[in-house]
Design a protein around this ligand. Sequence first.
Ligand code: PGA
Length: 248
Amino acid sequence: MRRKVIAGNWKMNKLPNEAIEFIQKLEPLVKDTKNEVILCVPYTDLFYAIMTAQGTNIKIGAQNMHYEEKGAFTGEVSGEMLKSIGAEYVIIGHSERRMYFAETDETVNKKLKSALKCKLKPIVCVGESLNEREKGIANEVVTKQTHIALEGLKDSEVSNTIIAYEPIWAIGTGKTATSEDAEKAIKAIRDEIAKMYGQKISSGVIIQYGGSVKVSNAKELFNMPNIDGGLVGGASLDVEEFSKIINY
Ligand code: PGA
């Protein structure tokens, strides 16, 4: 049985004092959950969040990294830097990074390899645009993104990778994919992983849904057979709401 993994993506929100307060409030609300709890916070909150979450079941991740180990890349942060302060997870290839910061399937693949080399656990985002969904090519788009992202990985590395299926039109819009559509896309992603790495590896990979996950839709989505939890943006900024999603 795959575990359910609920990850918050704070995006560019919350100062260190707010992060500390949030984690202190979240801890008693989620301490008994069987689900895995992750918070992906801004770089500037990372150290404080990691310190505050120590000894709890809340794991901390970053939202991006560079694929090079070090060098003349002004403003960038490497996987080794994240790992060195105790980050466990890193989001890679979020659609906002693809859209606003020119990330491509190829850079996503490089970042994924670099993250795994540093022993970070990556959460790789894939998802189609509204136009692609309306054209009926959603599953084709996400399987291609998945294929390029995972190309050249070892079996054990694929097993340590989390995929988040996030249809772009559902992110921050209040529109959620129906649980059936999300299930179909995630099944297509799982089938692609099976083609590349075999059934056994594929059936163990955690694949989340993301895009306007809320208390009101979490249960229906997370109860689908192929959906292993969620990547939660807006609703992860409110501690009550986020804890209810975790305890769906
Ligand atoms: P949302 O964002 O929950 O606010 O739609 C999800 C995400 O971008 O990861």
